[in-house]
Write a protein that binds this ligand. Sequence first.
Ligand SMILES: [Zn+2]
Length: 348
Amino acid sequence: MKESFVLCSSCFSNQGLKISAQKLGTKSNTSCKGCNESKGYKLTKSILNDLAHQFFVMGSSIKSDYGGAPRIQFNEHQETSIICTDDINQDIKLFEKYLGVGFFHYGPRLWTLGYITPLEELQDENKRMYIIKRIINEYPIFELNSSKVFYRLRVEPSEPSNIGEYDSSPFPGKGRLDSKDFKVFYASQDLEVCIHECRVSVTDELYVATVRPAKSLKMLDLSTSISEQCTEFESLNISLVMLFYAGKHSYEILRLLSLEAYEKGFDGIIFPSFFTQARLGKLPLPSIYQSLDNRIDEFREIEISGKIPNIAIFGQPIEDKRVEVVSINKLVLNRVVYDYFFGPADVN
Ligand SMILES: [Zn+2]
């Protein structure tokens, strides 16, 4: 039986909820049972449930130093005990009426906020080297050979046709894996990842070098997951994902990891990209961290997209002739698209 419409986007008071309801709803000229208007996008009970999850659960997610979790949950067993802005409080009554649910403050499982033993040990100067060594020993080696081409983007190089412009930055120490006196060449098989990682704007003059290894390069593959027999609270996989998705405060740990991989004879590191996840609609938020099984599937990025998200090669591989430049092109940004959804501005 076809599910009937219970209300429409015009029934809502909050602008974010109205727009989200338009995006999720169905266009139909029938008049709404809720507000009597006919031009709103109509929602069935199950779409209304999706809207509640997107707006209140996903939309209330907050990031901690490592990881993140929603502040709100809802179910059929609890009465509403949160207070939002007036318009949202008004709209909550609609969800209560049609879904029979209540909204409440959510106490997340602590590991989703980064309380994971290996991750905590990585933040402890006295314990971090042990975990770094474990990571290097336990994650697989990926042989990057000349059959793989990848891209290196430069913003406003002074001599765009000079291949030397595309080597590692001569001023290391600002990125995730490079440090003072330790240069790292960053590239990706996914041009959109390059564009995103370089934080380019539409007014920038962009150039891209297509490169490939001149010989087989021994890479430490941290974009995949290893098989683990432990709880989320001890997981090295989740620790690494959270580490790579964290902000600048994670760099001192990642730089040590990078130096140690170099000492152990690796040519570089392959690592996950926040942007790939965001583009595939898989933000590194609770829905991904929720289950260990899902996470393992979702973080096999190379298998999903067929493209290696982020490649970091130690030293100056173009000058050392470990990497050769195949082509150089000017890159023109034509269109930039953002996807988004809404959440409440505040919750009490
Ligand atoms: Zn309506």
